[in-house]
Design a protein around this ligand. Structure first.
Ligand SMILES: [Zn+2]
Length: 189
């Protein structure tokens, strides 16, 4: 009887320590899972940051061509109609044929003619609310629906549409409203 009792005690002790070990392992597993999901979250954040970086507008022209601004985002007299109007973009004077670059990554949603803007390219920056527009182009070098990376060539400077000389008219809309491109791309002159 006593032997049985001692045996039972031993079995109980072994079971208890086994349970203890199982509990510890579970705790370690839980901690590891928490750490893993935290790391995954960090990685997700990282890719979000990368996407944001790729969509932050950069220069649509080479730096040298960015210095000759002929119209800012402001009221001005329309050079063709001579009537006052709000100019919702920035005009960069540049020689015909100067390369125009995608300001940020996205999809081409317009690559064609507009009566006022002439040859025009619009890029939707992957549904983040921003669209950039490049107008009065001489040549359009992209197609509707094409995926484009930041800095890729989309066309060349010209004076197509209602323009008095060769220049790039660069515009940004956020949620379909024009915003001043200077918010992202400070004037360099
Ligand atoms: Zn303009």
């Amino acid at each position: 009887m006593i032997l049985y009792f001692i045996d039972k005690l031993r079995v109980d002790a072994v079971e208890k320590s086994q349970q203890h070990i199982v509990a510890m392992v579970t705790k370690i597993d839980t901690t590891q899972n928490l750490m893993l999901s935290a790391i995954m979250d960090l990685k997700k954040d990282d890719s979000v940051a990368t996407v944001r970086m790729n969509h932050y507008p950069s220069n649509p022209l080479d730096v040298k061509s960015m210095t000759k601004v002929s119209s800012t985002y402001s009221y001005r007299k329309n050079p063709i109609t001579n009537k006052p109007e709000f100019h919702a973009g920035i005009d960069y004077k540049a020689p015909k044929g100067t390369l125009v670059y995608a300001s940020a990554e996205g999809v081409i949603i317009k690559a064609g003619w507009d009566d006022g803007f002439g040859n025009t390219v619009q890029i939707n920056h992957d549904g983040n609310g921003y669209i950039t527009q490049y107008s009065h182009l001489d040549a359009i070098m992209v197609k509707l629906g094409q995926r484009i990376k930041q800095g890729e060539i989309i066309g060349t400077v010209g004076s197509s549409g209602e323009a008095t000389g060769d220049h790039l008219d660069f515009r940004i809309t956020f949620l379909e409203k024009y915003i001043n491109p200077q918010v992202f791309i400070p004037l360099s002159n």
